[in-house]
Design a protein around this ligand. Structure first.
Ligand code: C2E
Ligand code: MG
Ligand code: MG
Length: 426
């Protein structure tokens, strides 16, 4: 493929290219790999840097994509910020993963426009011919599905798996229903207590969203939060949840002293500067005292430190605690720890639940606790299901505990009762 294909072709032409490649493949042993890569933050880039600058940067990117693959492979631009990469002789699917990694590593995603550097956020999906697909349309559909699944999971790359098709489909359906859910009061917040590790005194609760759907019954947050995040409803959903939590915090009894509430925010929202404003507005609307709010963000929010570090730091300047959720499961690097804009690490429950039976997990937990303290952060363990785990965590110096052993997440009224009836047994 030569320079002219780096200019935009339409999807129909691209399908013909795939068809031709498939035909050629039928004569040889190897299979065909297709990667679809999309610049996820294209609209954002256009609005900041202008259409023309962004477009010329995309041409630039096409060129480096071209250089990252073999000579016989094809690189096609078939949408504004969308690229198709056809790998002509693939020995096995593993090679596709290697190729995708190479693309992510080697193509230049940083562009310099008028002295400002910005990063294009690539999301990629891929599939292999011979996966029951000798039809160009089907192979492109599979790669597009994998791309949507990658966006949903907030990862850079996924290889197609049949399970993604139904996942994307039900996500689409859910997306449509989220607006209605908010209007019809089907969404509410549950609260799961957090206690001190040394004397099990309540310090607050994590607010966890619940959707009671009229026909589907209870829809777990793990299903609809990623769908909302990939669609566009994560903002209304988050602002709703945050306002509900701040409002309800006012009705918690003061028996245990001032309590705080923790709200989960997805990495996508952390990259948006208006998070700070939204939290600030909600806090003054419900007169929430300083120091009573924690924002939980997963480690993935730290992967692109630029904007997100600034946002988290501004939150902290407002007196809002920042906790790094599911710590240990993400891909963040230790190098940022020196200036990590956080107050707390939250050890992922997958480590906590196994720490008593597996020395390896116990070591991970111990290491996280020491790491946190080394950098002046506090530590909370989630998923504490029994007394022995609670004791082991206290012995390791963990600061706070959360889990079924103390309480499951409860609706507001039950949480208030829990606070009234609770007697620390330590
Ligand atoms: P997360 O923030 O890591 O929340 C902890 C999850 O672990 C909750 O699941 C909680 O019910 C569960 N859990 C707590 N203690 C235990 C335990 O001892 N054992 C076991 N097996 N599980 C325990 P849940 O409520 O289903 O929430 C799942 C995830 O959905 C949350 O994980 C969070 O990432 C997301 N989520 C929930 N509410 C919100 C929200 O309002 N906004 C956003 N952005 N995400 C939310
Ligand atoms: Mg959380
Ligand atoms: Mg968690």
């Amino acid at each position: 493929m030569d320079a002219e294909t780096l200019n935009q072709t339409d999807a129909r032409t691209f399908l013909r290219t795939i068809g031709k490649a498939l035909q050629d493949r039928s004569r040889v042993e190897s299979s065909l790999g297709l990667i679809v890569a999309n610049v996820g933050n294209l609209d954002h880039l256009k609005s900041v840097f202008g259409y023309r600058n962004t477009m010329s940067s995309l041409t630039e990117m096409a060129r480096s994509l071209r250089e990252a693959v073999d000579g016989e492979d094809a690189v096609v631009r078939f949408g504004e910020g969308k690229f198709g990469i056809l790998l002509m002789s693939l020995k096995n699917p593993g090679h596709l993963v290697l190729a995708a990694n190479k693309i992510l590593r080697t193509i230049n995603r940083r562009f310099d426009i008028g002295g400002t550097t910005f990063e294009a956020e690539l999301e990629m999906g891929a599939t292999v011919s011979g996966y029951g697909n000798s039809d160009p349309d089907a192979i492109l559909q599979q790669a597009e599905t994998a791309l949507l699944a990658a966006r949903q999971d907030n990862v850079s790359f996924l290889l197609y798996e049949p399970e993604q098709t139904s996942r994307i489909r039900s996500a689409l359906l859910l997306e449509k229903e989220i607006d209605a859910a908010l209007e019809n009061n089907e969404i509410s917040m549950f609260y799961q207590p957090k206690v001190t590790a040394d004397s099990w005194l309540p310090v607050g609760a994590e607010a966890l969203m619940r959707w009671s759907h009229p026909t589907r019954g209870f829809v777990p947050p793990d299903l609809f939060i990623p769908a909302a995040d990939a669609g566009g409803q994560i903002e209304p959903l988050t602002w709703f949840g945050m306002n509900a939590a701040f409002r309800q915090l006012n009705d918690w009894p003061r028996t245990w002293g001032p309590l705080s509430v923790a709200v989960n925010v997805t990495p996508r929202l952390v990259e948006q500067a208006d998070l700070v404003e939204q939290v600030g507005t909600a806090r003054s609307l419900w007169s929430v005292p300083k120091g009573s709010v924690t924002i939980e963000v997963t480690e993935n929010a730290l992967m692109r430190p630029g904007q997100s570090f600034t946002t988290l730091q501004r939150l902290r300047e407002l007196g809002i605690r920042v906790s790094i959720d599911d710590f240990g499961t993400g891909y963040s690097s230790l190098s940022y720890f020196n200036d990590i804009p956080a107050d707390e690490l939250k050890i992922d429950q997958s480590f906590v639940r196994k720490m008593l039976n597996d020395e390896g997990y116990a070591r991970i937990v111990r290491t996280i606790i020491n790491l946190a303290h080394e950098f002046g952060l506090q530590v909370i363990a989630e998923g504490v299901e029994d007394e022995q785990t609670a004791e082991a965590l206290a012995a390791l110096g963990c600061d706070y505990l959360q889990g079924y052993y103390f309480s499951r997440p409860l609706p507001q009224a039950d949480f208030i009762t829990w606070l009234a009836d609770y007697r620390p047994e330590r």
